[in-house]
Design a protein around this ligand. Structure first.
Ligand code: ZN
Length: 136
């Protein structure tokens, strides 16, 4: 199991980290560390041959899985398909899901969980270009 650390915090942001992902093991939810109010994000990692030990379904939240490393199989209800580094899988509410690592390299992924249908404005319809001194 990896620990999450809060590295920086301000009035308008929280910076947390689970550290290097190549050594990440298990599952880590981030909402409590970051204080996120719009979604729950988690890191997950499965070693070769492992799947999540249960199927689950969500009543209100869709999930978006982003595969960061490794490859394997993803199952939604009775449909199975291949996933690999770079895959993004959106899973709707009220269906069963699980994933399994079939690569020698651990399958590391991010899961973002948010209320289905809640995305209103996004990117350029929500964002605006602002004037700020660049201190980077
Ligand atoms: Zn879930």
């Amino acid at each position: 199991m990896s620990d999450i650390k809060t590295l920086d915090r301000g009035d308008k942001f929280t910076h947390s980290s689970v550290g290097a992902l190549h050594g990440f093991e298990g599952k880590q939810f981030l909402k409590d560390a970051t204080g996120a109010t719009s979604c729950e994000i988690s890191f997950g990692s499965l070693p070769e041959g492992a799947s999540v030990p249960f199927f689950h379904s969500h009543k209100h939240n869709e999930e978006n899985y982003i595969i960061l490393s490794g490859s394997g199989k993803f199952q939604v209800d009775d449909v199975v398909f291949d996933v690999a580094e770079g895959s993004v899988v959106r899973v709707a509410t009220n269906c069963d899901r699980n994933l399994k690592c079939t690569s020698a390299e651990p399958m590391t992924y991010i899961c973002i969980q948010a209320a289905e249908g809640s995305l209103g404005g996004f990117t350029m319809t929500d964002a605006e270009i602002t004037e700020r001194e660049n201190r980077l």
